[in-house]
Design a protein around this ligand. Structure first.
Ligand SMILES: [Zn+2]
Length: 426
């Protein structure tokens, strides 16, 4: 296994309160040393990170890899190549595959294929209910022992509160957090975008913010009742932010994530009926967007996650109302997040934390999310000032569905190192 000595970069490791011009020595797949020395030890290959930030390998805790079952949209190989190109060293994949990751054998399939073909690390998330149908609980202990890092029925809420309570109790017994996609199905109805002025103008059926907030409130109450660790997926409204803020103040074990697209776009983007702006939860208002940015900056929202949802062109190239929900997000995550740093709404340190230490802490990932000696040598080296133009046709992901195609952006991964091996070099 190769040794690397990374020099001349700005090393930012929030977990060890490190920020400075330092060198990082990687050996045997682990971080061996973070040192002011610039003299490479014998046998180590030098990576010159001039102008770059050297950060703990980024972790995306919310990714749809579509494998097994919809490999024409993405598979573990293409999805992890896209992740590595986007600067991610680890992705956690949601269980709404076909079959659903609701038992050990499907989780084991994901881990086995990822071990063989994955450019990045992959950690499966198990489903809360069998088949993700919301009716009967999955075998959560079985999923935990197979290596699932959390449970979630992402894509929909578990509408049965009694079942959700029991799932929280089981998950707690096995040390797993419960990731909640918060959407009251009846209230959301068949809506295709945010309910508000823009949906009225466009004549499209809107999803009210309350459809999300009701479930956030319910799940916070259930977390309080059970003592479970609750993680709110893709927070999208001001009300959600307020509910999380209050719950945290009261000591309830709740964490949250936000997507780059909810930090960047509003429902105004839907105005030209581009199906690539159709996401769930929907793009909200400018006031919501601002509240999300503020909450990310002050730590009310802990992590950034892409909700990478690759689709084939046939699932998107149709009318807005019929098109599938979701954005192919892995390869635009970093520049979209860095734009907030350029606008001084977020510090670089907080951004790095939201992409490394925070997801590692939420999911209890040992040896991840930090550059402390002894940690896995997962490292993201990125140039925050590299300018480029998003070209979806060049995505490593099979999903070319992005509303950011043609956008001029800044910030790009130079190297993504996964367990001491270079997974991507840009
Ligand atoms: Zn979701």
């Amino acid at each position: 296994m190769s040794s690397y000595f990374i020099v001349n970069g700005r090393v930012i490791d929030p977990a060890s309160r490190t920020d400075g011009k330092l060198s990082v020595l990687v050996r045997g797949g682990k971080i061996e040393q973070v040192t002011p020395s610039r003299k490479a030890p014998e046998g180590a290959q030098v990576l010159d990170a001039s102008g770059c930030v050297v950060a703990p390998g980024f972790i995306d805790m919310h990714v749809h890899l579509r494998d097994p079952g919809q490999e024409y949209k993405e598979d573990i190989e293409s999805g992890t190549r896209a992740a590595a190109a986007g600067g991610l060293a680890t992705v956690c994949c949601m269980p709404n595959t076909d079959p659903v990751i609701d038992c050990a054998s499907v989780a084991e399939y994901v881990l086995e294929k990822a071990g063989r073909l994955g450019a990045t690390g992959v950690i499966p998330i198990g489903s809360i209910t069998r088949g993700g149908k919301g009716e009967a609980m999955s075998d959560i202990g079985d999923l935990a022992s197979a290596g699932a890092c959390a449970i979630s029925d992402d894509g929909r809420s578990v509408m049965n509160s009694g079942l959700m309570r029991r799932a929280m109790e089981y998950a707690t017994a096995f040390g797993l957090p419960v990731i909640s996609h918060c959407e009251d199905a009846a209230l959301a109805g068949g809506a295709v975008m945010n309910e508000g002025l823009v949906s009225t103008e466009l004549g499209l059926q809107g999803m009210p913010a309350a459809a999300e907030e009701l479930m956030v409130a319910r799940d916070i109450m259930l977390a309080e009742l059970t003592g479970a660790r609750l993680h709110i997926a893709h927070a999208s409204t001001m009300g959600t932010v307020e509910l999380i803020r209050r719950a945290k103040r009261r000591g309830i074990r709740v964490t949250a994530e936000v997507t780059p697209h909810h930090l960047t776009l509003t429902d105004e983007a839907v105005s030209d009926f581009d199906p690539n702006t159709k996401v769930n939860p929907p793009l909200r208002t400018e006031a919501d967007r601002r509240a999300l940015i503020k909450a990310l900056a002050d730590g009310t929202i802990d992590a950034i996650a892409t909700d990478h949802a690759p689709h084939n062109i046939i699932d998107k190239e149709m009318g807005f109302e019929e098109a599938a929900f979701g954005i192919s997000g892995l390869e635009t995550m970093l520049p979209l997040a860095l734009a907030l740093v350029a606008e001084r709404k977020l510090t670089l340190k907080r951004l790095v934390e939201a992409l490394s230490a925070a997801p590692a802490r939420i999911l209890g990932l040992k040896g991840k999310g930090s550059l402390k000696p002894g940690s896995d040598a997962d490292i993201t080296i990125f140039d925050p000032s590299a300018a480029w133009t998003v070209d979806a046709s060049r995505f490593a992901s099979r999903g070319k569905n992005t509303p950011f195609n043609g956008l001029r952006v800044m910030g790009r991964a130079r190297w993504t190192i996964v367990r001491g091996r270079i997974a991507f070099a840009g």
